[in-house]
Design a protein around this ligand. Structure first.
Ligand SMILES: *Cc1c(COP(=O)(O)O)cnc(C)c1O
Length: 467
């Protein structure tokens, strides 16, 4: 079975779109699929064409693969509709949007215990991907400055992270010419091992990335232990290697569910943190944040000043124009939920995750790997002696027939031999839905158990929708 490819699949379809006769007007019958039409059409027709095609998209509530939020309450939708025209870069035209972005940065700097929350540097981003890139660029620049000062070469930078790192860090290393150094995860230590970090770093290391909420499993990497290993290294050798925490999912979980866990700016070695506002920050897709510990941890030669929008505004980021509405929605959630509300939402997700992991472990075929104790994400594998008739890829396909999207994938090195299935519990995946999911999971297992052994096995190329 080949992977879904939106370009290849469309090439096999007729070159023209068809229109429901009810909506067809004179001159609107023929709509080329791959060319812009000479004439326009009525808004109702254009709407209907797209509306009809989207009927085939998945149901977001049944998508247990993604971390990204897909629901906000009606008052937030109203605010969204009022503000979707705002451009975040245009701080002169929208000074209050800029002020609110600024306030969100202070709120996050406080939440993550920056020693100087009112003066430190931070920005909103398109998502954690941009936040990670900016965090990485700042690490690289800081290292270059320090090396130049010492009269040392700057041509061989490297960056250290675990093999379970999100693909965005591989992109960072590739796009910005930094050698990626992977510390492979193991069965005993399925996260960035502090000892492995000590062995991997050297004078050319721009920084160490720790993940709060590993994409593959949902668990936290031991940020404080890694920081301690680097403290010891500095005491022995003088090498001062900074850390960035990729808290894409955990940045909005740990402050509420594990407030005593020390992973953030309480550790002086942690110089910057990113988070996805559109994951457990509970905003629609399109928002992330990156914050530095103190203003001096941010190399200010990365800031540009532009005058062509009026005023003279400092900017820092990969994008220029970007929607401002998501920033306002983030602030809406801060106001609306408060600490208590965020706690309630995340706590509910965690209860659902724990319920699922208890019930799934009782079913027979599965062994729970992670049970939602860190972020509300659970993973399980097949018991090796259960059956050779079907595997988790088959189960993933079977669950799709009920509408559930649940990915199966192999773990990164050195655990490539382990295949896992993962459920990300998000706001809106209620206890009720979880019970319905468990029913369907049991039905899927019964079906696979009783089907003839001739079913061709699924394999890891079948689905790649877990990132
Ligand atoms: C989701 C995720 C990213 C990428 O974040 P986006 O907000 O999707 O751009 C990076 N790192 C980790 C650990 C993630 O979970």
């Amino acid at each position: 079975m080949s992977h879904w490819n939106p370009r290849r699949t469309q090439m096999k379809l007729p070159p023209e779109l068809t229109i429901n006769p009810l909506f067809t007007r004179e001159g609107e019958q023929n709509v080329p699929r791959f060319h812009i039409r000479d004439q326009g059409m009525l808004p109702e027709t254009a709407y209907q064409i797209i509306h009809d095609e989207l009927a085939l998209d998945g149901n977001a509530r049944l998508n247990l693969a993604t971390f990204v939020g897909t629901w906000m309450e009606p008052a937030a939708d109203l605010l969204y509709a009022e503000t979707f025209d705002k451009n975040i870069i245009d701080k002169d035209e929208y000074p209050q949007t800029a002020a609110i972005e600024e306030r969100c940065i202070r709120i996050l700097a406080n939440l993550w215990h920056s020693p100087h929350p009112m003066s430190t540097v931070g920005v909103s981003t398109t998502g954690s991907s941009e936040g990670c890139m900016l965090g990485g660029i700042a690490l690289k620049r800081r290292w270059q400055h320090a090396r130049k000062k010492q009269g040392k070469p700057i041509d061989r930078p490297n960056i250290v992270f675990s093999s379970a790192v999100h693909v965005v860090w591989e992109k960072f290393a590739n796009y910005w010419d930094v050698e990626p150094r992977y510390v492979n995860i193991t069965k005993e230590r399925p996260y960035l091992d502090p000892k492995g970090v000590r062995d991997a770093v050297d004078e050319n290391t721009i920084g160490v990335i720790a993940i709060l909420g590993v994409t593959y499993t949902g668990i936290y990497e031991p940020v404080a232990e890694i920081a301690k290993a680097l403290d010891d290294l500095q005491a022995r050798t003088g090498l001062d290697i900074p850390m960035h925490v990729d808290a894409a999912s955990g940045g909005f979980i740990a402050p509420f569910l594990q407030p005593d866990l020390v992973w953030d700016f309480r550790l002086p070695r942690v110089k910057s943190i990113n988070v996805s506002g559109h994951k457990y920050g509970l905003v629609y897709p399109g928002i992330g944040w990156v914050i530095w510990r103190k203003a001096k941890d941010f190399p200010d030669d990365l800031v540009f000043r532009v005058s062509y929008l009026g005023g003279n505004m400092p900017t820092f980021g990969l994008n220029f124009s970007r929607p401002g509405a998501q920033v306002l929605l983030q602030y809406y959630n801060f106001l609306r939920l408060g600490r208590e509300g965020y706690y309630q939402v995340q706590r509910t997700c965690q209860s659902v995750a724990k319920l699922l992991s208890r019930e799934i472990s009782k079913m027979g075929p599965f062994k729970i790997l992670t049970s939602g104790t860190d972020t509300p994400v659970i993973t399980w594998q097949m018991k090796t002696d259960y059956t050779s008739k079907w595997n988790l890829y088959d189960l993933s396909r079977q669950l799709r027939t009920y509408g559930w999207q649940v990915p199966a994938y192999s773990m990164p090195p050195d655990l490539e031999d382990i295949t896992v299935m993962r459920v990300v519990v998000r706001n809106g995946f209620s206890i009720d839905l979880a019970h319905l999911f468990l029913l369907n999971l049991e039905q899927a297992v019964t079906f696979l158990d009783s089907s003839p052994t001739t079913t061709p096995h699924g394999s890891k190329t079948d689905n790649g929708f877990h990132h």
